[in-house]
Design a binder for this molecule. Sequence first.
Ligand SMILES: [Zn+2]
Length: 108
Amino acid sequence: MSTTYEEATRCPKCEKPGSVRKKTTVRKGRRTVEQHLVYCETELCPWFNTAWIIQVNEDGSIPEAYSQVGPKQYPKLSPESETRVQEAMEAQLAAETRPGGEVRNPRG
Ligand SMILES: [Zn+2]
């Protein structure tokens, strides 16, 4: 089973067409494939400003499996999730440095 380019450019989350911002050519053995970096531009979508990769074969076909694993192989944090990670790290640090809340040394 394969997918069309038009289908592949749709956001996996909101299914609205994404914006192709970058095209790179990748050599795979004797074959050359194109990788298109697509961004979701739907502001309300959880994937807003998040990229996924579409692989386009020389004959124009698109391997469906690749487009599905793309986001996992190429994780990209949105500014919102970067902030959330930052806040979680600061909260963790605050908990660890609070008196009586220190982390035990396992080799201790
Ligand atoms: Zn989306």
